[in-house]
Design a protein around this ligand. Structure first.
Ligand code: ARG
Length: 575
């Protein structure tokens, strides 16, 4: 595919200008007004070197480029050179590229040879995997996919919250009020029930707290009975999480969570001491970060047990030593901003210069709109919505919509899963991740809005056009070689231009850890496709025209499916 900026830079470049090609590229503008062309080059800044009036320079450049095949027209307007892309040439090249690249169109290798760790989801075992966790899970997965698509060597970590004093409480509660059968049936709901009960009882009988502390000490010391219970809780929880990951199509390379670091922390406590960073405060060991406006990071409690930040320090160093990452990305809610700032500061003070490559990617809160019929559970921490219930509800509701539309010839159950779950994922990735948002079924499942179902529907529409053409006897292999002069209309060109930008958009979304950049671009593509579909007759009698248009339909379908894939969403052929 022609690199238009490169082509322009080449035409303008001259040693005497004292400018590099990249500098020239940096000056190229994309005019807001299409009548000024697809690209524009302002010549003001060349006037000094060339000792010539800018309009004359512009005229000169225009003269030199005007016969390039890639441009239909190059003209100067005052100090500007305006470049108009040859639409037929552009469509021809673009579609050829997409036909060749297929599933890999949009991918690149800018990250080749660099290791990137993406840590996401990281729920706490024995606690509900609730709607708040969906954000880390879905955003993290999309970020992983973007890094993978841009050629980085990725590694996915689920940093399970599987350690800490709460497990002492859980064990005590289970022994007192739990049952084997109940636990096996609904592990997390049961564990959560015990935990809630523990807190109610502890209000009345505070000595329960001491019992829990002692139990945790036993667990840390590796007492077999406590260890066995903890392992059971972990295993059952993980099975439940994996069911949800399975629904979402999400996998990890490692589930090394907090407990994995339980025997790897002493080294850092010693190191902090040696480096004079540890001070005692009310019996606890802390790093004083007051002078940086970050309060205090508590490293060890007065009873000697370690804390969340201690485990994160150990985890970061372990990851650096084990994987020698180029970047280590933490997809964690913005509520933990302070924690991550403190932790980075401590690493910095310890002299770990690579802490700058550890990146906290925060996201905002999700809340529920009133009257939405999501099943809730009440816990000590408030109302909890289980992610699995949300996903199941999405599938059920989608199925209802599909049955209303009387979709025929479709495996309704299968497609309802792809669309329902896809809708929830898409919604998560639609807004700037840092924004808080309100979850609402009406928005998530709106087939006409800027939603997952809308984009999937557009993909199914493209598929259906191709199916119909084939059924009418069209030879779709002719879309490999077509006369692109039939793709010069505004709606075809707008669509083609959006498709052309996909690889760049993917890189931008990756660099900014912002999947919503791709999501929004995808909505633009879907809208442009639908405009093309409505404006133009595709299955016309003129064979050449028909195959040219079908080629664009096929390319659009490929690109929409690829982009959905990068977001972790399926692209059904029919819906
Ligand atoms: N388990 C934590 C929670 O659910 C998130 C862990 C985030 N990752 C980390 N390395 N601190 O709140």
């Amino acid at each position: 595919m022609t690199d238009y900026k490169e082509l322009i830079a080449e035409a303008i470049y001259d040693e005497s200008l004292g400018l590099s090609k990249d500098e020239i590229k940096g000056w190229i503008e994309i005019p807001g007004d299409e009548s000024m062309g697809d690209y524009a080059f302002p010549c003001f800044r060349l006037a000094k070197v060339l000792r010539k009036a800018p309009p004359l320079i512009a005229a000169d450049i225009a003269g030199r480029v005007s016969d390039a095949e890639a441009f239909a027209k190059v003209e100067n307007v005052n100090a500007y050179v305006n470049f108009f892309i040859d639409r037929a040439f552009f469509a021809k090249e673009l579609i050829k590229d997409i036909n060749e690249a297929g599933e890999s169109y949009g991918r690149s290798n800018v990250g080749q040879g660099r290791k990137v760790i993406v840590e996401y989801s990281s729920p706490n075992i024995a606690k509900p995997f609730h709607i708040g966790h969906i954000r880390s899970t879905v955003i993290g997965n999309a970020i992983y996919k973007l890094y993978d698509a841009t050629g980085y060597d990725t590694f996915r970590i689920n940093h399970l919250g599987d350690y800490g004093t709460q497990f002492g409480k859980m064990i005590v509660a289970y022994r007192k009020w739990g049952s084997e059968e109940e636990l096996a049936k609904e592990p997390i709901k049961s564990l959560l029930g015990y935990y809630t009960k523990f807190h109610e009882e502890a209000e009345k009988h505070p000595e329960l707290n001491d019992e829990a502390r002692e139990t945790f000490v036993k667990l840390e010391a590796g007492e077999p009975e406590e260890l066995a219970l903890w392992e059971k809780f972990r295993k059952l929880s993980l099975e439940e999480f994996n069911r949800v990951y399975g629904m979402l199509g999400i996998e990890f390379d490692s589930y090394n969570g907090e407990s994995f670091y339980s025997d790897k922390m002493e080294r850092f406590v010693d190191e902090l001491k040696e480096k004079g960073l540890l001070v005692e405060s009310q019996g606890a060991q802390i790093v004083d970060l007051e002078e940086y406006g970050l309060g205090a990071a508590m490293i060890k409690k007065s009873d000697g047990s370690t804390l969340y930040v201690t485990r994160d320090i150990a985890a970061a160093v372990y990851r650096k030593e084990t994987y020698d990452f180029y970047k280590c990305i933490y997809v964690v809610a913005s509520q933990q901003n302070l924690h991550f700032k403190q932790w980075k500061k401590v690493l910095e003070l310890m002299g770990y210069e690579w802490q700058k490559d550890c990146i906290h990617v925060p996201f905002g809160l999700v809340s529920l709109s009133d009257g939405d019929d999501i099943k809730m559970m009440s816990t000590r921490e408030g109302r909890v919505v289980f992610l699995e219930d949300v996903l199941n509800t999405a599938v059920e509701k989608t199925k209802e919509i599909m049955l209303e539309k009387e979709a025929t010839g479709i495996d309704v159950d299968e497609v309802a899963k792809e669309v329902g779950i896809g809708a929830v994922i898409f919604q998560e990735l639609s807004n700037n991740r840092i924004k808080d948002y309100v979850f609402s079924w009406d928005k998530v499942l709106n087939f006409d809005g800027e939603t997952g179902p809308y984009v999937q529907y557009t993909h199914a529409r493209a598929s259906s056009v191709l199916r119909k053409a084939a059924a009418e006897g069209a030879d779709l292999s002719k879309t490999e070689n077509f006369d692109s002069k039939y793709l010069e209309s505004d709606s075809a060109y707008t669509l083609a231009k959006l498709i052309y930008r996909v690889p760049t958009v993917v890189i931008e979304a990756t660099d900014k850890y912002e999947p919503s950049i791709l999501t929004r671009h995808l909505v633009d593509i879907a809208q442009a496709f639908n405009k093309f579909y409505h404006d133009e007759h595709i299955l016309v009698d003129n064979e050449d025209e028909k195959y040219a248009k079908l080629a664009l339909v096929k390319a659009s379908k490929t690109v929409i499916a690829n982009c959905l894939g990068l977001l972790g969403i399926k692209a059904p052929e029919r819906m």
